[in-house]
Design a binder for this molecule. Structure first.
Ligand code: CDP
Ligand code: CDP
Length: 227
């Protein structure tokens, strides 16, 4: 069977990365969490006090950033490394969630990330999730998924994730963060979150994680036999 590119886009906390990870494992494909890349850039900008309004500082900082993913055998998870340091935990904190959409709206940041993402998908056999994967990074992806779930369900799922990582975050704070990120992500000038015309919609509100994984694996298998 031919290798394909699977692009999964959608709103925050609807299940993109949990699904993408499992689909990649089922197909023996690579998985790239592009949100982790924007989160890592945000962490670097915060830690180095980068002035987001100064294009020279932003561009210099981008040249200093190297983001890689490494598989942790004991947790069986991919972890994100920023300039050689494991930042997986740090980038999931609320402080990063509150700043990331502002950073991800900067043209130079997007250009740098998209370039790396396109390189990672060069030999196909990849599942990538984010906001602009089917529209900008891989407009010719063989399978595009546009994922969504009801707002309240997304907020509860995200709050539970924080709780599972020992972070108690108020549900209203989670809702406010999702609302504000959805707004910035869908209205920014540079590659906003849009539903690609040729995407398959997957609404996970009433689904179990394994159901959406099986559904996408089936769609992918169909495509792999036909390319
Ligand atoms: O996991 P969650 O859906 O909350 O967010 P994420 O996928 O980790 O992405 C964090 C933020 O990065 C998003 O809210 C977007 O602002 C930005 N992002 C983006 O602009 N383009 C992507 N391809 C992926 C993420
Ligand atoms: O990547 P994105 O922000 O879209 O969402 P996620 O981090 O993959 O998913 C948020 C949470 O929803 C995770 O804890 C998933 O296990 C959970 N979940 C799901 O993804 N799908 C369901 N049908 C039910 C729960």
């Amino acid at each position: 069977m031919k290798k394909i590119i699977i692009a999964i886009d959608g709103y925050s906390a609807c299940g993109k990365s949990s699904t993408a990870k499992r689909v990649a494992a089922a197909l023996n494909y690579a998985y790239v969490d592009t949100g982790a890349m924007y989160r890592s850039v945000t962490l670097y900008f915060i830690e180095h006090y980068i002035d987001l309004t100064n294009p020279k500082s932003v561009s210099k900082a981008l040249d200093e950033i190297s983001i890689t993913f490494h598989h942790n055998k004991s947790s069986n998870q991919n972890e994100t490394f920023l300039n050689g340091l494991n930042v997986e935990k740090k980038i999931r904190k609320m402080e990063i969630s509150q700043k990331v959409s502002e950073v991800a709206a900067i043209k130079a940041v997007r250009a740098a990330m998209v370039k790396q993402q396109q390189k990672m998908g060069k030999s196909k056999g990849i599942v990538m999730d984010g906001r602009d994967i089917g529209s900008v990074v891989f407009p010719d992806a063989e399978l595009k998924i546009f994922m969504n779930a009801d707002f309240d369900v997304r907020a509860e799922r995200r709050q539970k994730e924080f709780f599972d990582k020992d972070q108690l975050v108020d549900l209203d704070e989670v809702k406010e963060n999702l609302r504000s990120r959805d707004k910035i992500d869908t209205t920014r000038a540079e590659s906003p979150l849009v539903r690609p015309a040729d995407a398959v919609d997957v609404d996970t509100t009433h689904m179990f994680l394994e159901e959406q994984v099986d559904h996408i694996v089936q769609l992918a298998t169909g495509k792999m036999m036909n390319v």
